[in-house]
Design a protein around this ligand. Structure first.
Ligand code: NAD
Length: 729
């Protein structure tokens, strides 16, 4: 069985069908590409062939390039990547020219693409090289070039062709944001040419009737002008200047792929088409050689998918959840109810009053109505989802639940009470999960009759948007509970990480020191503008002061008090407390009361820094270097991640990296904390820590593991990259 098959019909149309054996979605491999090339040669050489249709044997056309292949390509070095990409250009260009006489532009064989469903990445770049693209009227299909999302850009001609087809301005959201469209929208945007009930039949019909002129791409015809203007055209000039500013504003210059993409577009627009492809290939090579793209592909694609597919799932029977009980219909419970019901799971949503339970259910109504207004949800779907949620105060309704998720007040006594109440009703083999963010799982498990069936399933807020779920094993949690939690997370289509029980688990443990470091700097006299911008310029979505405004300053005070009570004299954050306790005393509780480190208007829109900050924390005459501020902000988080790994809280660095990006937005360009340390190299990372320790204290001390890697010349991924097994070995 091969990735492509070739069949010449009695009508003279050769149909090349993409159907990668053993996969539900086609992905392009180098072997597949070579086979496609040979079939194109066959078709072009055979006089009996009047035209060619390229389609798929699956319900979708293709998901893109096999990213594992891209990761491997990098190992061959820059020259090998460049040559490999140029070979792809050659094949796609051959399809585009299809035997045409370059002078008269006549004599080409018509080649069309027929897309039954989704067509992404190379799965769209290949159709873009054909003469006409037909897509089935399949509203579920996604069409686009999402490469930028994993730190690369369309490098098989997609960049050059789309810009020449639509103009830089119109192509921008598809290339720079990886925007995906359904077939009708893709047709309206001009990415594809026709939406047809039977795209293969329509494509065959078209190739049999196409004229010479239909087969000449605009950029191959005489007098071609780029839509919207090339860079030195007055309109084009405006576009390119604007696009550069916009991209820089959005990416803060930390995403090499966005810069390279813009360069490929700009430079490519100044030269003839074939030259532009070469430029695209060079920039693509540049991006692939950048460690950021390797790290992003590894974390955001390969490892994220591995975790979603159960890389760390214990080998026990299927634990698919059928009926979930949710205790507490507050902010979190309501969100968990929505995502569960949306995934087809029956939900019993319990609160202490009927009003509170109903309010929790109403949250689902609200989200579904929003979906309807955006045409993403139908009335039938809304009715179905709502019918799955029973809002009640009656614990007896939990009978038959195979999973319970508790999200009541953050109070051990309240939690113990509801645990006992639920366990009196649910089946013996049901799993009980708590959504606590700060209480130890092993301590809460003491309220359970079956601690091996007790586990933490920690969601992030807002539940419907946040992609990560942290699963926490208590001291006695057994493998079935872990599998249950993982199967549940798979059902609701989120990404899981599994960690051991320790203060703040993983994500909050790392993000708190980031906030604290920002606050310490403020108290030291570092300009708040420098602190916030330094964070954003290194790829953090929010500066530490904005983040604490968002999560609320009184929550910070509460956590600080609880941590201090637990740690006693060893508590290291007095300098931070001074600031946040003072802020709380001033009534500056953060965004929710429209007063924090920042000012907010009546509508809650953020303004500048609060004018009360400067008199209390005057800016020092001498300000630190930008890199120093960035190193402090990143190391504060990263060292906590390394310690979590050293202590066995985190068992798999892949989870550490994926969890950091999805959980708190850790600089995605880096691939995550462990990937960032690998990019720096352990010796350089240790040197930075030693320097920070000397100047700012023991919290930056180089962890023994990092020092060991520096001494042996290893990297985190070199030693632990394949997960738990690698660690045990
Ligand atoms: P919330 O105050 O919005 O909701 C708690 C709900 O529990 C309320 O509706 C309350 O009426 C109900 N409740 C209290 N006692 C009950 C009882 N005995 N029986 C039934 N219902 C009862 O709180 P929240 O923000 O949704 O947090 C809930 C849990 O989730 C906490 O453990 C919290 O630490 C955790 N958590 C919160 C966040 C967050 O961002 N808010 C994130 C992750 C985890």
């Amino acid at each position: 069985m091969a990735d492509f098959t070739y069949e010449l019909g009695a009508d003279g149309v050769a149909v090349i069908t993409w159907d990668v054996p053993g996969k539900s979605m086609n992905v392009m491999s180098l072997e597949g590409f070579a086979l496609l090339d040979s079939f194109i040669d066959t078709a072009l050489a055979d006089a009996a062939v009047k035209g060619v249709v390229i389609t798929s044997g699956k319900k979708d056309f293709a998901g893109g390039m096999d990213l594992n292949v891209i990761a491997q390509m990098r190992e061959g070095g820059a020259q090998a990547i460049f040559e490999g990409v140029m070979q792809m250009h050659k094949v796609l260009r051959k399809i585009e020219r299809a035997g045409m006489d370059p002078k008269t532009l006549k004599g080409a064989k018509p080649i069309a693409a027929a897309l039954p469903g989704t067509a992404l990445g190379i799965g769209l770049e290949l159709p873009l090289s054909t003469h006409r693209i037909f897509a089935a009227d399949n509203p579920k299909a996604k069409i686009g070039l999402p490469e930028i999302m994993v730190g690369i850009f369309p490098g098989a001609g997609g960049t050059t062709r789309l810009v020449r087809k639509m103009g830089a301005m119109v192509a921008a959201p598809f290339l720079l944001e990886g925007k995906l469209s359904d077939p009708k929208k893709a047709r309206a945007a001009g990415i594809i040419d026709e939406v047809a009930e039977d795209p293969v039949a329509a494509a065959k019909d078209w190739v049999l009737n196409a004229k010479d002129a239909d087969l000449v791409k605009p950029w191959d015809a005489k007098g071609y002008k780029m839509p919207g203007g090339a860079p030195y055209h007055p309109a084009g000039f405006m576009t390119f200047v604007g696009a550069s500013a916009m991209v820089h504003g959005k990416t803060m210059g930390v995403y090499p792929a966005a810069k390279a993409l813009l360069s490929a577009v700009y430079e490519g627009a100044l030269v003839p088409f074939d030259q532009a492809l070469k430029i695209e290939a060079r920039w693509f090579t540049n991006v692939l050689m950048n460690p950021s793209s390797t790290a992003m592909i590894r974390s955001l694609f390969i490892n994220k998918e591995a975790l979603e597919k159960g890389a760390n799932r214990p080998k026990v029977a299927d634990q698919t959840v059928k009926k979930v009980g949710i205790l507490g219909a507050g902010m979190m419970g309501a969100g968990i109810a929505y995502v569960s019901a949306n995934a087809g799971i029956e939900v019993v949503l319990i609160d202490s009053t009927v009003e509170a339970a109903e309010r929790g259910k109403a949250y689902s109504t609200e989200l579904l109505d929003k979906g309807i207004s955006r045409k993403k949800v139908t009335e039938e779907k809304k009715a179905e989802v709502l019918a799955r949620i029973t809002a009640t105060t009656d614990y007896a309704a939990l009978a038959g639940c195979d999973l319970v998720v508790e999200a009541v007040f953050e109070d051990p006594t309240v939690k113990a009470g509801v645990t006992a109440q639920a366990e009196a009703v649910i089946p013996e083999d049901a799993i009980f999960a708590t959504n606590t963010s700060t209480l130890p799982i092993s301590m809460l498990a003491k309220a359970s009759k079956r601690p091996e069936q007790f586990i933490g399933i920690h969601f992030f807020s807002p539940v419907d948007k946040m992609l990560l779920v942290e699963i926490i094993k208590g001291a006695k949690t057994g493998p079935v509970a872990v599998a249950k939690a993982l199967d549940f997370v798979r059902q609701i289509r989120k990404t899981p990480i599994v960690v051991n029980d320790a203060r703040f688990f993983y994500a909050n443990r790392c993000i708190i020191p980031y906030i604290n470091e920002g606050i310490r700097m403020l108290a030291e006299g570092v300009s708040p503008t420098l602190i916030e911008n330094a964070a954003k310029l290194v790829g953090m979505p929010l500066g530490p002061l904005q983040l604490v405004d968002e999560t609320s300053i009184d929550l910070g005070v509460k956590i600080a008090k609880a941590t201090k009570a637990a740690m006693g004299d060893a508590y290291p954050d007095a300098a931070v407390d001074e600031v946040i306790f003072w802020m709380a005393d001033q009534g500056r509780l953060g965004r929710k009361n429209k007063a924090g480190f920042y000012t907010y208007d009546e509508a809650g829109k953020r303004g500048g820094f609060w004018e009360g900050l400067a008199p209390k924390y005057p800016e020092a005459a001498e300000q630190p270097d930008l890199h120093e501020v960035q190193h402090r902000l990143l190391m504060a988080q990263v060292l906590e991640a390394v310690r979590a790994f050293e202590q066995g809280v985190l068992e798999d660095i892949r989870e550490g990296d994926v969890g950091a990006i999805l959980g708190w937005g850790f600089a995605p360009w880096s691939g995550g904390p462990f990937s960032w340390l690998d990019i720096l190299g352990a010796p350089r990372a240790a040197e930075i820590c030693d320097d920070l320790t000397a100047r700012f204290g023991a919290r930056f001390e180089t962890p023994a593991l990092l020092r060991d890697l520096a001494a042996t010349g290893e990297s985190f991924y070199g030693r632990y990259g394949s997960g738990i097994a690698a660690k045990a070995a």
